[in-house]
Design a protein around this ligand. Sequence first.
Ligand SMILES: NC(=O)c1ccc[n+]([C@@H]2O[C@H](COP(=O)([O-])OP(=O)(O)OC[C@H]3O[C@@H](n4cnc5c(N)ncnc54)[C@H](O)[C@@H]3O)[C@@H](O)[C@H]2O)c1
Length: 255
Amino acid sequence: MSGILEGKRILITGVLMESSIAFHAAKLAQEQGAEIILTAFPRPSLTERIAKKLPKPVKVLSLDVSSEEDLAGIADQVREHLPTLDGIVHSIGFAPQDALGGNFLNTPWESVATAMNVSAFSLKSLTMALLPLMPDGGSVVGLTFDAQYAWPQYDWMGPAKAALESTNRYLARYLAERDIRCNLISAGPIGSMAAKSIPGFSDLADTWNHRSPLKWDLSDPEPAGRGIVALLSDWFPKTTGEIIHVDGGLHAIGA
Ligand SMILES: NC(=O)c1ccc[n+]([C@@H]2O[C@H](COP(=O)([O-])OP(=O)(O)OC[C@H]3O[C@@H](n4cnc5c(N)ncnc54)[C@H](O)[C@@H]3O)[C@@H](O)[C@H]2O)c1
């Protein structure tokens, strides 16, 4: 039986460790028949080391989404390996330490601006940088942490994710005429590098042990990876501007 991404070419950002959600999206995408290319930050060497654990060899390109120079060159670099793309995975988040962990009321704008640029605006800048490679439409998938709520410790990543969620809807609006769908997976907590950099993250994550209707495993990024692959596939053909929760159902539970 052929995979649900057979014949598709996908660019995946955000593979840093085996705990990265993007690593699991990459693994599942290859298993489902996609040809993939990875981008890496801060160093390709880290990502190349982890990429050896993928089912098939993969090219890794360097990309800092906050660098205009990197963004300007990325389409040509991808073209050296893949002629076009059918999908993009944006699995990128960052906020400086003083924007996290209970410092919300004192965070300076410079730190907020960095969080917004890297975590939200980059969904637009990455997509636009790669647009020339998507002449026949495709699917853009990003990752959020439910921005409807003011979580403990998450601080300015909250407004950054709210901006990401809104950016996703505007991209869906503007790119629909090119047959490009734009959607997000709203993942429950996973013990990745990004999560561990948030002081008090384990307390926040513990909420899932008590309240998630479906049993939640903090150490398992695969469910989020499966959601990403589903949105990249042809099985959500008329879905755009959407946020699919892969959070054990916690978003639906009042008490
Ligand atoms: N871990 C969680 O609990 C959780 C929950 C919901 C959503 N998310 C989101 O999932 C996505 C992936 O995070 P993860 O949990 O897999 O952690 P991760 O640390 O493995 O991945 C974060 C990635 O962001 C990349 N990145 C940071 N700054 C960058 C820049 N300037 N340019 C390019 N890439 C940059 C890092 O290289 C890293 O690969 C993020 O958007 C994160 O906010 C994570």
